[in-house]
Design a protein around this ligand. Structure first.
Ligand code: A2P
Length: 325
C-alpha cells in the first residue's frame, strides 16, 4: 500500500499537486490532504471524490502512516513538520526553501540530477521555481560546452507569491507586495540581504551551483516581480568555455528532454506566458550569440512556475522514486 500526504493542499501549488496527480494517475493507494487549522474540514474534489482536509499537527505522521508526503506550505511549516514526517518513515518532497542548501538534502530537477535523489535522509527538496526552469537548459550547455559565467534577469509572475500575490494583481492592492504590482515591475522578491542581493537572487545563484555541482560557477542574478498572473520569464546570458555554432546550440536544446525551442523571430515566434501556462516543459527562444564576449549566448526561457517550477517537478520526483521502488 502506498499512502501519500499532500501538505498545503489548499494553496496555489497544493491545488496544482492535485491536478498533476490526477493527470498522472500514479500507482498510489491513498491520499490524505492537509492544510492549516483554518482549512480543517474543507471539502476538496480530487480524483472524482470528495476529500476532507485534515489539520496538519505533530501527530499527523504517527505510526508510519505515510510512505511519501508532498509539502508546499512554506518554510516555517516545513521546518516544524518535515522532520517529524521523516522520522516517521515518510519520504518528504518539500517545495519550500527550508532544506534546499542542507548538504544532507538532495535538491532535484528530474531532467538534470535525478541520480542524486536516491541518497537521502527522508527529505528531498524541490528547488526554487526560477532555478528549476533555468537549470534545465544550463545543464545541457554545461555538459557540452562547460559554463563559464551565468547572468540571470527574471520577470516573475504573481502566482509565485501564492494566493495573496494573485489577489494583489486582481484587486490592485498592496497586501503581499510592498507596492502595487499593477503597473509596476518590482525589483524585490523575498527579503533584502546584507550583500545587496535579495534572498530570491541568492537562491537562484546557490541552488544552480548545487544542482549543477559547480560550487564556484560565477553567477549573478536580478529578480523582478512583474504584473502577470502566471509563468516566469528569464533572460539568461551565458559565457561558455568552448566555441560553438549557434545552430548547434539550438539543435542541442531542442533535442533535450523537457525543453521545447520556439525560436523563429521572422515569424514572431518566441515563448510567451499565455502560451506556456498549463504546460510542464521549459520553453526557450531568442537564442543568439552575445557579441560582447567570446563564446557568449543570450536566450529567453519561460516556464509555468506553478507546474514545472513547483508542483509538476515535485510530482515528477515522486514518480521517479516510485518507479525505482
Ligand atoms: P491554509 O489554506 O489552511 O492556510 P499559498 O502559498 O497559496 O497561500 O498556500 C499555502 C498553503 O500552505 C495553504 O494550503 C495553507 O493552508 C498551507 N499552510 C500555511 N501554513 C500552514 C500551517 N501552519 N500548517 C499547515 N498548512 C499550512
Amino acid at each position: 500500500m502506498i499512502n501519500v500526504a499532500i501538505v498545503g493542499a489548499t494553496g496555489v501549488v497544493g491545488e496544482t499537486f492535485l491536478r498533476v496527480l490526477e493527470e498522472k494517475n500514479l500507482d498510489i493507494d491513498n491520499y490524505v490532504l492537509m492544510a492549516s487549522k483554518k482549512s480543517k474540514g474543507k471539502k476538496v474534489k480530487f480524483m472524482n471524490k470528495d476529500y476532507i482536509v485534515e489539520e496538519l499537527t505533530e501527530d499527523s505522521f504517527s505510526n508510519n502512516r505515510f510512505n511519501y508526503a508532498l509539502f508546499s506550505a512554506g518554510a516555517s511549516t516545513a521546518q516544524k513538520y518535515a522532520r517529524i514526517a521523516a522520522q516517521n518513515g515518510c519520504i518528504v518532497i518539500d517545495n519550500s526553501s527550508c532544506f534546499r542548501m542542507d548538504k544532507s538534502v538532495p535538491l532535484i530537477v528530474p531532467q538534470v540530477n535525478m541520480e542524486d535523489a536516491y541518497e537521502h535522509l527522508n527529505i528531498i527538496s524541490n528547488p526554487n521555481c526560477s532555478t528549476i526552469q533555468a537549470v534545465v537548459p544550463l545543464k545541457v550547455l554545461d555538459d557540452k560546452y562547460r559554463l563559464k559565467r551565468v547572468i540571470y534577469s527574471t520577470y516573475q509572475a504573481v502566482s509565485g507569491a501564492g494566493k495573496k500575490g494573485i489577489d494583489d494583481l486582481d484587486n490592485n492592492t498592496a497586501c503581499k507586495f510592498p507596492y502595487p504590482i499593477v503597473d509596476n515591475c518590482l525589483p524585490h522578491i523575498d527579503v533584502f540581504l546584507d550583500n545587496g542581493y535579495t534572498k530570491e537572487e541568492m537562491k537562484m545563484i546557490e541552488e544552480t551551483r548545487k544542482i549543477l555541482k559547480r560550487p564556484k560557477l560565477p553567477i549573478t542574478a536580478t529578480c523582478v516581480r512583474v504584473p502577470v498572473h502566471n509563468c516566469h520569464c528569464e533572460s539568461i546570458t551565458v559565457e561558455l568555455e568552448y566555441d560553438f555554432k549557434i545552430d548547434d546550440i539550438k539543435k542541442l536544446l531542442n533535442n533535450s528532454n523537457g525543453i521545447i525551442v520556439l525560436d523563429d523571430p521572422n515569424r514572431q515566434i518566441y515563448p510567451i506566458n499565455t502560451f506556456v501556462s498549463g504546460t510542464d516543459e521549459v520553453y526557450i527562444g531568442r537564442i543568439r550569440r552575445d557579441y560582447s564576449v567570446e563564446n557568449g549566448i543570450n536566450f529567453w526561457c519561460v516556464a509555468d512556475n506553478i507546474r514545472k517550477g513547483a508542483a509538476s517537478n515535485a510530482v515528477e520526483i515522486l514518480e521517479n522514486l516510485l518507479a525505482k521502488k
